[in-house]
Design a protein around this ligand. Structure first.
Ligand code: GCU
Length: 426
């Protein structure tokens, strides 16, 4: 009997394994399914949105609620106590180019607390409040620049042999290792500040049924994990950006009406959701955000909803998993996420070799979001994507497709800075 059960188990797991292996990403345009996108400008009761006011008072609210319920998950109700402490302040950092601060932000609720460190560089010696780019980093604040003044994170970090990180604790060897992705000096020289947080401070990026990070602060009595429509990790990271924004709003050196939220890859999905759910961000940048970010889900080109929910079960709310195999029934698609930024400038960046993120699907989201922007200002995007390395910056939906692969480079930042110069009245 035991033998039969064992053989049956073996067969089931072999089959599952074969099914797993059988999945291959589609990279063939001719195999993209026919799809119909959900209506952007028709409300649930069938009325057509004709003005910006209609959009803001009716359809925008509906769409935001749909994304909360079916994709990212809503932040549970209830307030927290937040306190901010400047841990370090150096007025002449980076050879006098920058004023650097690190602020510990603590959030308390239900006798639990999380803390995260906001690292901020502002151009030194400026009197007027400055615009700031704010976004998460993947490996700890200390990795974004060789600056020895940056504190090492105490939080859990991914192990990396090449940096000799083997016990999930940050070390000196990793200092500055991601500097290539963060052209801090250029950002400062162009008159912008940079604020960044290690995303693992808010919620470590591995699936533990939401026992660590911010989620447990919001559990009701006896609750062990978020409800099906409550937040996954992306919504938690977006929430963290809003808490950092709460702090920036209190700081007179920063212009709170010009805070740009930026992110690469999973953190680009996060910057989009942060920009959608918190309209205090005055510009939004998505870099190679792909599935669950700027790319249209219904195209199923490269990474799919089923794939992302299988590989990263903690990123989205559990309701999203119900659509793994019926993406065409999702009440939203990602062009609606881009539309939620309107009329604020939004920039979508793709990379030519990053097919997993579906560059064309990222561009199409911009095109299909344009009708909402048009309620405010004429916003026209060509139906075909631009050539590689020919950025579109004039309209409020900016876009480029860079040569090369999945990454955020100096070239990308140059375009984001130009776009901010153009649209944030700098
Ligand atoms: C994986 C994942 C993507 C994500 C990327 C990243 O490739 O499938 O959805 O954008 O990781 O964050 O680096």
């Amino acid at each position: 009997m035991t033998r039969i059960i064992l053989i049956a188990c073996f067969m089931v797991s072999t089959l599952a394994c074969m099914q797993e292996k059988a999945w291959e990403a589609n990279y063939d345009e001719s195999k993209v399914p026919q799809y119909v996108l959900p209506e952007l400008l028709v409300s649930a009761d069938g009325s057509v949105m004709e003005t910006a006011d209609d959009w803001e008072s009716i359809r925008r609210t509906e769409i935001l609620a749909l994304f909360e319920q079916y994709v990212y998950g809503r932040v549970p109700y209830g307030s927290c106590t937040q306190s901010n402490e400047v841990l370090k302040h150096e007025q002449h950092a980076l050879d006098g180019l920058a004023d650097r601060r690190e602020i510990k932000i603590s959030v308390d609720r239900n006798d639990r607390e999380i803390q995260f460190n906001l690292l901020v560089y502002l151009p030194a010696g400026t009197d007027a409040p400055v615009p700031v780019f704010m976004g998460y980093n993947f490996d700890g604040n200390h990795t974004i620049h060789p600056d020895t003044g940056i504190l090492l994170t105490d939080s859990w970090v991914k192990n990396k042999d090449e940096w000799s990180v083997t016990n999930n604790q940050a070390n000196e060897e990793s200092r500055g290792m991601k500097a290539r992705r963060w052209p801090v000096n250029m950002i400062l020289e162009r008159g912008y500040g940079l604020a960044t947080i290690y995303y693992g401070d808010i919620d470590p990026d591995y699936h533990d049924d939401f026992q660590n990070g911010v989620h447990p602060l919001f559990y009701g009595p006896g609750q062990k994990m978020p409800e099906k429509d409550e937040w996954g990790s992306i919504a938690a990271w977006a929430w963290g950006l809003s808490r950092a924004m709460d702090y920036l709003e209190t700081w007179e050196a920063v212009d709170p009406s010009r805070v740009i939220v930026i992110g690469h890859s999973r953190l680009g999905k996060t910057s989009l959701w942060a920009g959608a759910s918190d309209q205090r961000f005055s510009m939004v940048v998505s870099n190679n955000s792909g599935c669950g970010g700027a790319a249209l889900s219904r195209r199923e080109f490269g990474e799919t909803v089923e794939r992302i929910n299988t590989s990263f079960p903690h990123w989205f709310c559990r309701n999203f998993h119900d659509y793994n195999r019926r993406v065409d029934e999702l009440p939203v698609d990602q062009h609606m996420l881009i539309a939620l930024m309107a009329p604020r400038p939004v920039y979508i960046a793709s990379a030519a070799e990053d097919l997993w993120a579906d560059p064309k699907g990222e561009y199409l989201s911009g095109i299909h979001a344009a009708p909402v922007y048009n309620l405010y200002h004429p916003t026209v995007l060509d139906t075909v994507p631009p050539e590689i390395n020919v950025p579109l910056k004039k309209s409020l939906i900016g876009y480029h497709i860079r040569s090369g692969g999945h990454d955020i480079t100096r070239y990308d930042w140059e375009q984001f800075l130009d776009f901010a110069d153009l649209h944030l009245n700098k």
